[in-house]
Design a protein around this ligand. Structure first.
Ligand SMILES: Nc1ncnc2c1ncn2[C@@H]1O[C@H](COP(=O)(O)OP(=O)(O)O)[C@@H](O)[C@H]1O
Ligand SMILES: [Mg+2]
Length: 300
C-alpha cells in the first residue's frame, strides 16, 4: 500500500514507513501530511457546495451558518470539540438526518450542482451515491459475503454479485484476509476488520463519496493506521469526508480541514464553522485565534 505523499522535515519514529513532517506548535507537535497537489482551489472540482447550512433539534441549534466546498478526490476532515455538530453536519451530506426525529435542516447543499434536498430527489439514491461509515463497526449478523452483497441486492444490482463482492473487499483492503472464509460470520472478525468490512459494504454499491464519522476511534493503533492508509488509497477513486476528534489523525490524512467550535451566547451553545482551509494552513498558520488555541491544545 503506498504511503501518503509527504515531505520530511524531521522524522518521527515512523515505524510503519510513513514519512511526515513535524510541525512544532506552541504546545505540541503534530505530523502534517503535505498537500499532495498544488492545484488551486479555484480549479478543483466541487462535489458539495454548502451554503448557510444549519440544523435545529427542536429549540436547540446544533450548528448554523456553515458554508464550505468539498473537493473531488480529496479527504476533507471535520474537527472540533465534542457537541459542536460534527456528526450532525456529516449526516446532512447524505440526508441521514432525515431519519433523525426532530432534526430540521436549513440552508442549501448542492451535490455536483444539484440540490440534494430538492423535492424530486430520492434520499435512497442520495445514500447510494454518498455512503457512510460509523464510529462503531456495525456489521450485520450475517456472513462476510452477505454483508457486502446485501445493499447491491436490495438495490437490484444482482448481476455478477461474486465479482462485485470481491471488488468491494479488495477496495477495502480486506480481501486477502477473508477470501477463504467468506461464508463465515462477520461478527467473528476483529474490530479493525469489521470496520474495513463496513467500508467494503459502502463500496459495494459504487458510491461517489464516502462519509466517515470517527471511523477509527473504537480501534487499536494498528487498525487505525490500516484505516488511514486505506483512506489514502480510496481518495484516488472517491471523495472522502471524515469526522475525527483526533487532531493528529486529521493532520495525517486530510487535504482540507474544517474546524468547528461552539459559540456561547445567552447560555445557548451553537456549533459554528470557525475556519476551513488546506490542512497544513489549519495546523501551522490558522487565521483564527480559536483555531490556533484548539490545534495547539490550549482548548478542547
Ligand atoms: N438526535 C438528536 N436529538 C437532539 N439533539 C441532538 C441529536 N443529535 C445531536 N444533538 C445535539 O446537537 C449538538 C451537536 O451534536 P453532534 O452533532 O453529535 O456533535 P459532535 O459530533 O460534534 O459531538 C449537541 O448539542 C447534541 O446534543
Ligand atoms: Mg459526533
Amino acid at each position: 500500500m503506498p504511503s501518503p505523499d509527504v515531505h520530511t522535515i524531521s522524522t518521527l519514529g515512523s515505524g510503519a514507513g510513513r514519512d511526515t513532517r513535524t510541525v512544532r506548535t506552541a504546545i505540541q507537535s503534530v505530523e502534517v501530511a503535505r498537500a499532495t497537489d498544488e492545484e488551486p482551489l479555484s480549479t478543483r472540482e466541487i462535489v458539495f457546495d454548502i451554503d448557510g447550512l444549519s440544523v435545529d433539534y427542536g429549540s436547540t441549534t446544533a450548528f448554523s451558518g456553515v458554508s464550505l466546498d468539498v473537493y473531488r478526490n480529496r479527504i476533507t476532515a471535520v474537527i472540533g470539540p465534542s457537541g459542536c455538530g460534527k456528526s450532525t453536519f456529516i449526516r446532512c451530506l447524505n440526508r441521514m438526518n432525515d431519519l433523525v426525529p426532530g432534526a430540521k435542516v436549513g440552508g442549501r447543499i448542492l451535490y455536483h450542482g444539484a440540490d440534494i434536498y430538492g423535492d424530486d430527489v430520492d434520499p435512497i439514491e442520495v445514500r447510494r451515491r454518498i455512503g457512510m461509515v460509523f464510529q462503531r463497526p456495525n456489521p450485520f449478523p450475517k456472513s462476510i459475503f452477505d454483508n457486502v452483497a446485501f445493499a447491491p441486492k436490495v438495490l437490484g444490482m444482482r448481476d455478477a454479485i461474486d465479482e462485485r463482492v470481491e471488488r468491494a473487499l479488495r477496495g477495502a483492503a480486506l480481501w486477502d484476509e477473508v477470501k477463504d472464509r467468506l461464508k463465515t460470520s462477520a461478527l467473528a472478525l476483529s474490530g479493525g476488520q469489521q470496520q474495513r468490512l463496513c467500508i467494503a459494504r459502502a463500496l459495494a454499491v459504487e458510491p461517489d463519496v464516502i462519509l466517515l464519522d470517527e471511523p477509527a476511534s473504537a480501534l487499536d493503533p494498528i487498525s487505525t493506521q490500516a484505516i488511514e492508509d486505506l483512506m489514502q488509497d480510496l481518495k484516488r477513486d472517491y471523495t472522502l469526508v471524515i469526522v475525527t476528534h483526533n487532531m493528529q489523525q486529521a493532520a495525517r490524512v486530510a487535504d482540507m480541514t474544517a474546524f468547528f467550535s461552539l459559540d456561547v451566547s445567552d447560555g445557548k451553545r451553537t456549533g459554528v464553522l470557525v475556519e476551513y482551509a488546506d490542512t497544513p494552513t489549519i495546523f501551522t498558520h490558522p487565521s483564527d485565534k480559536r483555531t490556533e488555541d484548539y490545534v495547539t491544545g490550549r482548548f478542547g
